[in-house]
Design a binder for this molecule. Structure first.
Ligand SMILES: *Cc1c(COP(=O)(O)O)cnc(C)c1O
Length: 297
C-alpha cells in the first residue's frame, strides 16, 4: 500500500465574520493538495478512489487499466496519470465523437490510449459482452467503472473521513462534499463517526443522488447523511456568471481556488445554507476540497 500513498493536504480553518455571527466554525480539508506533485490529475478524491484499485491491480498482476468517461472526466485524467506513474498501460473509452481538450490532451500525454465510442455503445460499457470485446481489442485489463466508483474506491474515501476525524479535537458535526457519482460521499459515510452527518451536494440536476448513494452503501452504515439538490447551478458542468463571480470572491476572501464543476458549487451552496440558518449555532463543519483544479484553465 505504501507504493500508492503520499502525504495528504492539511485541514485548514477558514474565518468569516458572517459564519462567526451564526456560531459556525468551518474547516476545509485540502485534499486538492493530496497529490504526488502539484497539478497532477492523480489527486484529491480521484487519488482516494484509485488507491486500493491500483493495489488490487498490482496484486492481481494486471498490466493494464481500462476505464470510461466523458471527454471532460477528471477520472480519465487521473487514471492516465496514475498509470504513467506506476507503470500500468491505460485505455480510456470516451463517450462521443473524437475530440481534443486539455483533459484528454493530458491523458494522452500520460500515455493513455483513447478510444471514442458513440453514445449507444457507451451505454453498454458495463455489459460483460462489450467488456470482453474491448479486452480482446486492447488486452487483458483491470476494468474500473465510470467515475472509478466501486467498493475499493469507497474504502479509500472512508480512510479520508477517518483521517479528518483524527485531525480534529472531536468529530465534526457535518462533512460537506460534492457528488458526481456519489462514490466519494458513500465512502465518507462509511468512514464517518456516528456524530458526523455527511451532506452530499449533487452537481447534477435531478433528485436521484440519494438513491445512488443508498445503493452503494452496505446495510447498516452508521453515520447519518443527506443530499442537497440546490447546488447544481443549472446542470452538470454548467458555469453561470454568478458561479464564476462566487469563485472569484471566495478566492479573494480566503486565498483559495475552487473548481467550477464540483467544489465551487458545493461551497457556494454550503455558504448559502449557513447564511439561511440551516445549521444550529455551535456547528463545526468540514468541507472537503476534492480537487479538480487541474481542469481549470
Ligand atoms: C469526480 C469528482 C467529484 C465527484 O466524485 P464522485 O465520487 O463521483 O461523487 C467531486 N469533486 C471533484 C473535484 C471530482 O473530480
Amino acid at each position: 500500500m505504501v507504493e500508492f500513498s503520499f502525504p495528504s493536504g492539511p485541514l485548514q480553518e477558514l474565518h468569516d465574520p458572517h459564519w462567526r455571527a451564526r456560531g459556525i466554525r468551518l474547516w476545509i480539508k485540502r485534499d486538492d493538495l493530496t497529490a504526488p506533485s502539484p497539478g497532477d490529475p492523480f489527486c484529491g478524491n480521484k487519488y482516494r478512489k484509485l488507491k486500493y484499485n491500483l493495489a488490487a491491480a498490482r496484486a492481481a498482476g494486471q498490466r493494464r487499466l481500462l476505464t470510461f468517461g466523458g471527454p471532460w472526466s477528471n477520472h480519465i485524467a487521473a487514471v492516465a496519470a496514475a498509470g504513467r506513474r506506476y507503470g500500468f498501460d491505460t485505455t480510456g473509452v470516451i463517450r462521443g465523437e473524437p475530440v481534443r481538450n486539455p483533459t484528454l490532451d493530458r491523458a494522452a500525454a500520460d500515455g493513455m490510449q483513447l478510444h471514442f465510442v458513440d453514445r449507444a455503445t457507451y451505454r453498454r460499457k458495463h455489459e460483460p459482452e462489450q467488456l470482453r470485446q474491448w479486452e480482446q481489442q486492447f488486452g487483458p485489463a483491470l476494468v474500473l467503472p465510470e467515475g472509478g466508483t466501486n467498493a475499493a474506491a469507497l474504502r479509500g474515501c472512508a480512510e479520508l473521513m477517518q483521517e479528518i476525524t483524527a485531525e480534529m479535537e472531536a468529530p465534526p458535526d457535518y462533512a460537506a462534499v460534492a457528488c458526481g457519482t456519489g462514490g466519494t460521499a458513500a465512502g465518507l459515510i462509511l468512514g464517518a463517526s456516528p456524530q458526523t452527518k455527511v451532506i452530499g451536494f449533487s452537481v447534477l440536476k435531478g433528485e436521484w443522488m440519494a438513491g445512488e448513494i443508498a445503493g452503494l452503501l452496505p446495510d447498516g452504515a452508521a453515520a447519518p447523511w443527506s443530499v442537497d439538490y440546490r447546488a447544481h447551478c443549472g446542470g452538470y458542468a454548467k458555469r453561470p456568471p454568478e458561479l464564476v463571480a462566487y469563485m472569484k470572491d471566495f478566492h479573494q476572501r480566503h486565498g483559495l481556488r475552487l473548481d467550477g464543476v464540483y467544489t465551487g458549487k458545493m461551497m457556494r451552496r454550503l455558504e448559502e445554507k449557513i447564511a439561511t440558518g440551516c445549521f444550529p449555532a455551535g456547528s463545526r463543519i468540514v468541507a472537503i476540497h476534492t480537487g479538480g483544479l487541474q481542469a481549470e484553465v
